[in-house]
Design a protein around this ligand. Structure first.
Ligand SMILES: *[C@@H]1O[C@H](CO)[C@@H](O)[C@H](O)[C@H]1NC(C)=O
Ligand SMILES: *[C@@H]1O[C@H](CO)[C@@H](O)[C@H](O)[C@H]1NC(C)=O
Ligand SMILES: *[C@@H]1O[C@H](CO)[C@@H](O)[C@H](O)[C@H]1NC(C)=O
Length: 281
């Protein structure tokens, strides 16, 4: 780990989330049984992929804003062609979605962390990152923080991406459609690894990723009820980056961001999306 990130990790440890939910009470395994399993009295959830199917789960609750943490240990060895996810999505055609996806790779080659935000059915806001550690050796914490002001992606409590609410500037932002939290493991060897050139090696199946310490701290919406009404405001509801954190994320992105739609001018011949010209953090 380089020394810059080491300092951020120590700082982040001091402000990290503590409480944890239970997979038995918080999520439902929705597909790929028996490849998905809840273990250790709800403390652990493992997803597997074989040549017949992947697997996945979803939260029992719908949220309108929240902070969502999970620890994840990714597929070791040859994970080429696989995609492991932790994301949020609403239902329907003009859906909103906040993606955290982990694109596998050949043995010894680095995972790619893929992020994207959809609002009203439209995405095209991808940013991709390298990690500063091997995500297959131990559990690391991945966080989606979604409040009315911004979306913050964090790795081990270190912000890696911010997507600001620029509705006032005519940029779509998820504000009204409740989302569920999802986790999944599936085969995407037509595109995931090195542009689809490296395929899943089925002789290595089953592929397994493990989740633990899922913690959804958000506003649960059910019909017309919202669990946050009449409650004191929580810190995640207004969280943003202070001046120092803005400096840190800039340095981190210089080192670890490997793709940014905001610099992909060939992709947007009509001009880059509006938010690309507005303050980033
Ligand atoms: C899937 O893998 C199993 C176990 O390795 C093997 O027996 C089976 O033939 C494979 N099926 C397909 C469709 O490749
Ligand atoms: C896999 O490794 C190759 C070579 O290091 C790299 O170019 C690529 O970005 C890595 N990630 C994926 C998902 O292909
Ligand atoms: C939503 O509310 C209905 C009616 O009160 C209840 O039956 C249902 O279990 C609730 N859904 C969830 C996910 O809690």
């Amino acid at each position: 780990m380089d020394s810059f990130v080491r300092v951020l990790v120590v700082m982040a440890f001091l402000i990290g989330a503590t409480s944890a939910g239970n997979f038995n009470t918080d999520v439902t395994i929705t597909w790929g049984q028996p490849r998905a399993q809840i273990l250790n009295n709800g403390q652990l959830l493992s997803l597997s992929l074989d040549n017949t199917s992947g697997s996945g789960f979803e939260s029992k609750y719908d949220f309108l804003y929240g902070r969502f943490d999970v620890q994840l240990k990714l597929i070791p060895g040859n994970s080429a062609g696989t995609v492991t996810t932790f994301y949020m999505s609403s239902q329907g055609t003009a859906h909103d979605e906040i993606d955290f996806e982990f694109l596998g790779n050949a043995s010894g080659q680095p995972y790619t962390v893929h992020t994207n935000v959809y609002a009203q059915g439209v995405g095209n806001k991808e940013q991709q990152f390298r990690l500063w550690y091997d995500p297959t050796l131990a559990f690391h914490t991945y966080t989606i923080l979604w409040n009315p002001l911004r979306i913050i992606y964090m790795v081990d409590n270190i912000p890696i991406r911010v997507f600001n609410n620029y509705i006032a500037n005519g940029v779509q932002y998820p504000t009204s459609q409740p989302m569920k939290v999802y986790g999944s493991l599936w085969n995407a060897d037509d595109w995931a690894t090195q542009g689809g050139q490296v395929k899943t090696d089925w002789t290595k199946a089953p592929f397994t990723a493990t989740y633990k310490n899922y913690n959804a701290n958000g506003c649960i919406v059910n019909g017309t009820t919202n669990s946050c009404s009449n409650k004191p405001r929580q810190s995640w509801q207004t969280m943003g980056l202070d001046a120092n954190a803005k400096k840190n994320i800039q340095t981190l992105q210089q080192k670890y961001m490997i793709y940014n739609y905001c610099t992909d001018v060939n992709r947007f011949p009509q001009g880059l999306p509006k938010e690309c010209g507005l303050p980033k953090f």
